[in-house]
Design a binder for this molecule. Structure first.
Ligand SMILES: Nc1ncnc2c1ncn2[C@@H]1O[C@H](COP(=O)(O)OP(=O)(O)OP(=O)(O)O)[C@@H](O)[C@H]1O
Length: 585
């Protein structure tokens, strides 16, 4: 519980923390008063059952009980309103803190499989965390402080009973701990599975054509939605069943302790070492103690689930952001230098393994190589999607870490394979790069990127909505929008990952022309899949298993008869084959 309060406190600002501390104090005092109220029944009963009744004492105990109950209710009202206040503080600050932190994480951190868990964290996770101060903490704090007060008071009734209560409380605490460990272990699995299912649902909705084409919809062995749902059901029933066993163990222990204390009190009375009024007092205290402890047990699972939600938020907030310089360094020019660059995903084996290269400003460079050679990764490293494990990337003579993400972003425009277009019009999607761009600017870049033909063809022209993620445009059209966007940004460096998917002839020619235009007066690095792009490049880097094995221009590399010459021959042959296929009716 202390850990949970510490985590909660970390998520709050100064004002929220003050509210939280006042709330906890009020709840603890409330628990003590409730315990006192229950305890005071014992001397009241003793006074009643010891004739002749001392009316003065009787009224005194009655007044004391009434005062404790009244003070308890005042504190209850105060702590409840404070609880809602803290819950609101959590809700208000939560999205902002997570949003701000997400904005500092490396772009490479945002993989597809993280969409589901983040969405869940921002939705249900937020409510779970806000629920802790608003509803749960009161039961937890009162459920602990009331029995502690009563156990302390029971020493005044009978020391032996006080000791028995203490031993029983330790046993119950152990059983409660066991229950929470069971819930935590199984809840972690359940949350993971439910996050994975959320990602699969998005994939299922977006990738229908592929899933149907390969008949994967009803093949649970292929990591599809169905498999995720089955796994989620499994972890959900494990959480429920194991949690129920933990709960049974806890209530079993509690009943055992209560029975043992009652039996002890009866035995002491029969022995003559305990008076009847004290025995009645012990019975009343024992039975009254059951309520707050039972409530604690019933809520323990929920408390643990909500504490886990805080744990996940903390883990996200602890993900190290990309280190940013206090002031972005000033680059001189748009040349790029790679010095002994080494990088592996998540600390794994090197995918880019000691790359040295210099790309002069204004040079059009193509990177070629077999699939999985690390071409796209190299491009992402230059764009500072991740920081290198070893070596350095320099733009204009300055390390990208000194330029900072904002500095690199100012210098580069990126056209990547998975072109993402926002739900909005084509014009909106271009203006992302330059919000103040005029219609004349849009028309100019559209002409260069050969987007003008697309805009003219569409019924609403520039105002055509592209659908979520650009779903209403073809692959080639999307790439033209993306190139136009990069042109509008007018950055001195363009990083382009050519689409591997085959484009139709019209789109292919348009994209090739657009890339040539893009390369005018700019430093352009293209992960090239099309022969036309490779031939147009001033310089070609051949990448194989993360290393540059050859570099030079097309003619020089062909003459060298190495990897590039083989790559070229294969592509030309494949191309010839494609053309032959197209020629056949
Ligand atoms: N986000 C990622 N996490 C872990 N490994 C990755 C990730 N992205 C790529 N890889 C791995 O890194 C290696 C290089 O991938 P990369 O996409 O850079 O190759 P590539 O040369 O561009 O391939 P292709 O031409 O097929 O696109 C591959 O083995 C790939 O599986």
């Amino acid at each position: 519980m202390i850990t949970m309060i510490r985590y909660l406190s970390e998520l709050l600002d100064e004002r929220g923390r003050r509210h939280l501390h006042s709330m906890l104090l009020a709840q603890a005092a409330q628990g003590v008063l409730q315990g006192l109220g229950f305890l005071l029944v014992a001397p009241l009963v003793a006074t009643l059952t010891s004739p002749p009744v001392d009316w003065g004492r009787l009224w005194f105990w009655l007044a004391a009980i009434a005062a404790a109950v009244a003070a308890h209710h005042v504190l209850l009202a105060w702590s409840t309103s404070l609880g809602y206040l803290v819950g609101t503080d959590v809700l208000t600050g939560f999205h902002e803190r997570i949003g701000n932190h997400l904005a500092t994480l490396p772009i490479g951190w945002f993989r597809g499989d993280r969409t589901g868990p983040i969405g869940r964290m921002l939705g249900k996770g937020t409510m779970d965390v806000a629920n802790i101060p608003a509803h749960l903490l009161r039961h937890v704090v009162v459920g602990v402080t009331t029995p502690i007060t009563m156990i302390g008071g029971s020493f005044l009734l009978d020391r032996r009973i006080g000791l028995a209560f203490t031993a029983g409380a330790l046993l119950c605490a152990l059983a409660l701990r066991l229950l929470m460990v069971i819930v935590r272990r199984n809840d972690d699995d359940y949350e993971y599975d439910i996050g994975a299912t959320a990602s699969r649902i998005v994939e299922y909705a977006r990738q229908q054509p592929t899933l149907r084409a390969y008949g994967v919809l009803d093949r649970p062995d292929l990591g599809t939605l169905e498999e995720s749902l089955v796994r989620q059901q499994g972890s959900q029933s494990r959480l429920t069943i194991r949690g129920a066993w933990g709960l049974i163990a806890f209530f079993g222990t509690l009943q055992l302790v209560v029975t043992a204390v009652i039996a002890l009190a009866v035995a002491f009375t029969l022995q003559g070492t305990m008076t009847l009024p004290v025995m009645i007092g012990v019975l009343i205290v024992t039975l009254r103690m059951l309520d707050p402890i039972s409530q604690l047990g019933e809520l323990a699972g929920l408390v643990q689930i909500n504490a886990d939600a805080i744990g996940r938020v903390r883990a996200l907030l602890a993900t190290p952001p990309l280190p940013e310089p206090a002031r972005s360094a000033e680059p001189s020019g748009a040349d790029i230098e790679l010095r002994g660059v080494r990088f592996g995903y998540d600390g794994g084996p090197a995918v880019v393994d000691g790359v040295d290269a210099t790309i002069p400003a204004g040079c059009f460079t193509a990177i070629v190589g077999p699939s999985g050679a690390g071409k796209s990764t190299l491009l992402k490293i230059i764009a500072r999607f991740f920081d290198v494990d070893e070596g350095a990337v320099l733009i204009g003579g300055r390390d990208v870490r000194e330029l900072g993400s904002a500095g690199v972003s100012r210098l580069t425009a990126q056209v990547f394979q998975d072109v993402y277009l926002f739900e909005g019009t084509i014009a909106d999607n271009l203006r992302m790069a330059a919000p103040g761009a005029s219609q004349a600017d849009l028309d100019r870049v559209a002409r260069t990127a050969r987007l003008d033909e697309v805009v003219e063809r569409l019924p609403d022209g520039w105002d055509t909505r592209v659908g979520e993620a650009g779903s209403t445009l073809s692959g080639g059209e999307k790439q033209r929008v993306s190139i136009a966007r990069a042109l509008l940004k007018d950055a001195p460096i363009v990083l382009l990952d050519e689409a591997t998917a085959a484009l139709d002839a019209a789109n292919e020619a348009a994209v090739a022309d657009a890339i040539t235009e893009l390369a005018r007066d700019r430093t352009v690095i293209v992960v090239a899949h099309r022969l036309s792009t490779v031939v147009a490049a001033d310089r070609i880097l051949v990448l194989d298993r993360g290393r540059i094995t050859e570099q030079g221009d097309h003619d020089a590399l062909l003459t060298a008869q190495g990897t590039y010459a083989r790559f070229w021959t294969e592509r030309v042959r494949a191309r010839g084959w494609q053309l032959a296929m197209k020629g056949n009716p």
